[in-house]
Design a protein. Sequence first.
Length: 762
Amino acid sequence: MRLNYSLEACAALFEAEVIGSSSESITHVYFDSRKIQQAKGALFFALTGHSRSGNEFIEDAYRQGIRLFVIAKNSGAKFQSDALYFQVEDPLIALQKLATHHRKQFTYPVVAITGSVGKTTFKEWIFHCISDKFKVVRSPKSFNSQLGVALSLLEMHEHASIAFIEAGISKPGEMNLLQNMIQPDYGIFTAFGKAHRENFAHNEEHLLEKWVLFRECRLAFIPHTFADLENRLPGNFQVCPPYENHRFPSGYSGMLGVLKTFLTFLQFELKEIEERIDSLPTLALRMEVFEGINGNTIINDTYNLDLDALSEALIHQRQLAPDKKRIVVIGLSEKHAHERLEIEKLIASFNPDEFHFIPEGKSIPWENFHNSVVLVKAHRDRAFEYEVARGKALKHRTIVEVNLSAIKHNVSFYQSRLPKEVKILAMVKASSYGSGADKVASFLQQNGIRNFGVAFADEGVELRKAGIGISSSIVVMNPDPEHSDLIIEYRLEPAIYSFEQLDEFITALIHRNISGYPIHLKFDTGMHRLGFAPGDKERVLAIINSQPEVQIQGIYSHLADADNPIHSEFTKKQLATFDSIVSYFRANSSDSFLAHILNSEGSLRYPEYCYDLIRLGISMYGYTENKELKASLQPSVYWYSSISQIKAVPKGDFIGYGCSYEALDDLTIAVIPVGYADGFRRSLSNGAGSVFIHGIKCPVVGRVCMDMIMVDISSVNAKINDPVEIIGQNQPMDVFAKAMDTIPYEVMTGLSKRMHRVYVEE
Ligand SMILES: *Cc1c(COP(=O)(O)O)cnc(C)c1O
């Protein structure tokens, strides 16, 4: 808004009684104290009836620096000595007078848009089509009421060349007032919604009432559906033939026809018109459509709840949900309680599957909605934004998707291959190989897994907190002596690999007066990582037999190269060594412990060495080096992002840090919000790595940044926000790992925590 009115001019216009003085002049107006941005030059209209606490608004506005007010006589407002007050009968009428006066300052065409549906859509369409050739003023949002039209007109300025003003009415007689304010040169009638028609007994009367807006127009454009009224409407108008566009349902042909005729009138060429109509946005901008929880689609239209907008939204919902369940949610405000019957009637005429009025203080029952298209409409003052947000699926551009069903499949596959008595210990160390320990472990527990392995004590604590109860065993493979207290407190089971450690843990138990605590013994059978030497076994057993504080729950070792047949001789030696250790303890200890040595790969290669359980890691997540096995497993980890920006890079320009990439041709590139801080390593720079967009390989151009990459999309027809696959169908985990010169384990555990994990279960 860029007004320039003196206080004197306003006083005369409003026929106001002026209290106080000021030297400011007026550049813009407010009527809602929550929306104040710039106090200087602002005139605040304290509208009556708009808020129960109008005077509170005045005080609030004053606190924010506003010094010019229009208030109702006898408002009871407190006058401040450094402010100026215009006292009038009705502040809204004063605002309308200002708008009427303002509109008269301009001679460029003013086009009024009315109709019972489609006003905002049409206004946005026309803006889309002509804004490169005309300087357009248009009503903000769907401002079309007595107040909205006044505010829209105040947006007019000297640099514009055409104005589009929406006009809507809710009571008889209102159109006359709007016509007076707008004084349109041209008129556009969008449509007269069928559903709406049924709700007005005298629909011709209603139409004629709207027609008042056009009584002084030079020309009004009406859709072909009103051809039958031709002889009964006064004034100059043109009936517009329908126009079909494949992107719109046939119900839009009337409005599209009006648009086409109007563009012709503005002297656009036919070809140009067709192109522009072809590129129209298909949704009214005001209506937001997004993915909700539980597979819902949400149409959020909580901006207002007039019948026009409601029927438009209901039409839209029906289009979005030809074969889905339709749910309508209405947030009626107390002030509008009297409209309930009419709203109900209108909604009923659309036959939705469910229909909820949400009383003040109550919440939308999102948890009961599934796989439906949910339309949420509410009065502005219900402030439904939060309510809607609760139903919204959290969307982050870059996500790691974990398919729990695939994990379940892989576990079942192993169970089917192993002897029945062999248990599975699920390795969920390093946050379940990067896929999120608490979610994955809980899911496995639900599916009958009772043994879990983690690397460090804190990972075990996390699992207990996530609900892995003490009926499940959690082995800590790499316990830190400082964490003994934590281990005992959360009933975790330490893997003991040295005499010092054994001594320290027993001491901790003595201090707490605990006996019979389960521990695991780890032996080094040739890998030369952690573990007692095989020759330590007698001494270990002697200590344990003399210390009632501990009992052996497990004895294990780890293979260095289970998956490689070349080293099978070495592996067999490891297995034989382990076998002799197990035999020794079986013969000399009274504890009944679980023995285990095999990991994912080893368990299928050496099934005769499964002992009591296998420790399942990478294969559980669906990855293996073994070609035959690969066909039986399902990958569980996917990595997706979407395009942040697209740009053209002319031949000869450089891309990214260090100017390391020169465009040898004109390129189109996309920026993707994923970088080395997420695990997309810097070594993938300049063509070493790629992503897939619409199934097409797009190589990285320039260097990988911390949070972003640029990729060449010259051969893809892509738009902003289009999905990007980093790991998925086209670029499987092992292929991506190879590009980084590493293995799936490292890729998975390198996926940064800051990316959202999304869990899917089919
Ligand atoms: C990680 C780990 C496993 C699991 O190995 P995978 O190759 O992922 O199956 C098994 N045992 C120990 C001791 C481990 O640290």
